[in-house]
Each structure stands twice: as structure tokens, then as C-alpha cells.
Design a protein around this ligand. Sequence first.
Ligand code: ADP
Ligand code: MG
Length: 308
Amino acid sequence: MTGEALRSRDLRKTYLTKGAPEVEALAGVSLEVRRGERVALLGRNGAGKTTFLRIASTLLRPTSGTIEVFGHDGDRAPEKVRPYIAVVPQEGKPFFHLTPREQVYTYLRARGLARETAKARTESALDQMGLGDFADRLAITLSGGQRQRTMVATVIATEAPLLFLDEPTIGMDPFARRAVWKCLRGLTQRGSTILLTTHYLDEADALSDRLYIIEHGRVLVDGTAEDLKRSVGGTLKVTIPNGRRELERFRGFGSVVADQDAVTVIVAPERLGELMDVAVRAGLAATVGPVTLEEAFLRVVGRSINED
Ligand SMILES: Nc1ncnc2c1ncn2[C@@H]1O[C@H](COP(=O)(O)OP(=O)(O)O)[C@@H](O)[C@H]1O
Ligand SMILES: [Mg+2]
């Protein structure tokens, strides 16, 4: 294992489908993931996240550009890369005729782990994913969230040097999502590296050491969640539901977004008192909260992450 955990240079992918227009899913993506890092690709539906992950995990070939995993060329020598990685694909499902316990154990054995190790890792992963009560039920009888937990358990149990997770917490309840986050943090503390995709801003914020915002197959920005939030130009967000009639006065306090009657002002803490004063005098209610990745995303992409 040499080099960074992962590095792509000008990676491009154009899908050619007979009878349909071609789709440029990746338009030159260059990024790195250092060893031991948790990196998130954050983007809207169709941004190109899954395409990147599929190429990085040797499931798909790029149209051009390079992808390296621990110094091995993922396109020319995928067989060198595969032993180091494990993947939770988007919409991957456990085998319906296996139970979660069988699924995880069988997968570990297929990867060459010894019986005892596979057994211990299986129990630990099932436990961490809260699957204890369902571990011996056929996957076909499990809910969507339980199946997704089984998929995550399967991959975390590998403790592979580089884990790829495509929207790992989709369909999970908040409790299960937190269990996944905790588990992934534990894995990087023990030396694994993680690349995940998500369209959940809270997940990118809570989980990533660094994130890349992707839109239309391009990286628009990268940095820590804190960097991105700071780039919004203030740390507090004041929402004034009927603020439009005082819009001009609010503009003096920082960047302002008006949506119908509501106004949102991004403001530095030093100016909060003054701003609240203006609102109160005008008879307007206002609520204060921290700037989140939502504002950062909106600023960088120009659209909300959930907008179609
Ligand atoms: N197999 C495919 N054939 C043709 N187009 C595809 C295929 N897979 C994805 N696309 C298109 O490529 C773009 C990027 O998709 P995807 O990588 O799945 O994005 P994301 O995971 O960010 O939602 C989308 O426009 C999507 O419709
Ligand atoms: Mg996807």
C-alpha cells in the first residue's frame, strides 16, 4: 500500500445509451482522500456521486482520467485495488434468502477471513448496527431500514483499509443513522479510510473531516464543513417570517435571502443585537440559529439540495 488512499485526476464519464442523448455524468473530477480521513461527496440527485463511487470502487470504467487507490491504477489494475476496498452500493440489498448473520459471515469468509475472526467480526457488526433482534430472520422479511443496516454491517465488518458507502443511511431512522455515524468514526480511528456520498447535509456535517460539493459532474468546492459554513459570511442566521417590508434595512447587516414574505439574514454575532432591535421596533418576530451547511450549499450551488 503506497500513496494516498485515493486520488482521481480529471475523471470523466459519459454514458452512451442507444437511442438516448449521451449524459456527461462526470466532467473532470480531481480529488484526494488521505489515509484515515472520512470524506463526503455531497450533492443533489444526479450530481454524479454514484458514478464517481462506482468508478473509484472498480465497478465501472471511466471515459478518461485516472483513479488511483493506494497507488494502484483502478482502471488498469482493478484486481490490485479490490483487496483493499469494500463497498455499500446505492440501493444494494442483502441476499433475500440469507439472514443478516449469514450474510455478514458469508461475505467475510468469501473475502478470505478465518472462521473465528469472521465470527467475532460478524457479531460485533450486527451488534453495532442494532441488528441483534433481527439477525436470524431472512432478509426478505426485513424492513428497508433493517436491510440497509445489514448492508452497512456487512461492509464495516470487513474493516477494509478503504470503505465506500453510497448514501449509507438512506431509509434509516434517526437512531440507526447515529449508530452508523458512530461506527464509521470508530473505523477511521482504527485506521480505515472512508469515502461516502450523501445528500443529507446533517450527515456530511456530522461525519466528514472534509467534503466535496459536486454538481453537474464537477467539484464546486471542498473543505471542512466549518470552512464552508464560514464562507457564508457570518455565523448566525436570523429568520424573519414577515420581514420583506423592511428588506432594505436588513441588507445592511449581511447577506440576505428573501423568499416571498420571509427574509433570512446571515449576520456576525457582534451585530445580532442591533438587528434584533430593528426587527422588534418594526413589530417583526425573528428567530436566531446557527448558519448550517444548508446556507453554504445554497451559496455554492445556487439551489437547495432537495430542489428538483
Ligand atoms: N447507467 C446509466 N446510463 C445513463 N445515464 C446514467 C446512468 N447512471 C447514471 N446516469 C446519469 O448520470 C448522471 C449522474 O448520476 P449519478 O452518478 O447516479 O448521480 P447521483 O448519485 O449524484 O444522484 C445523472 O444524470 C444520471 O441520470
Ligand atoms: Mg447516487
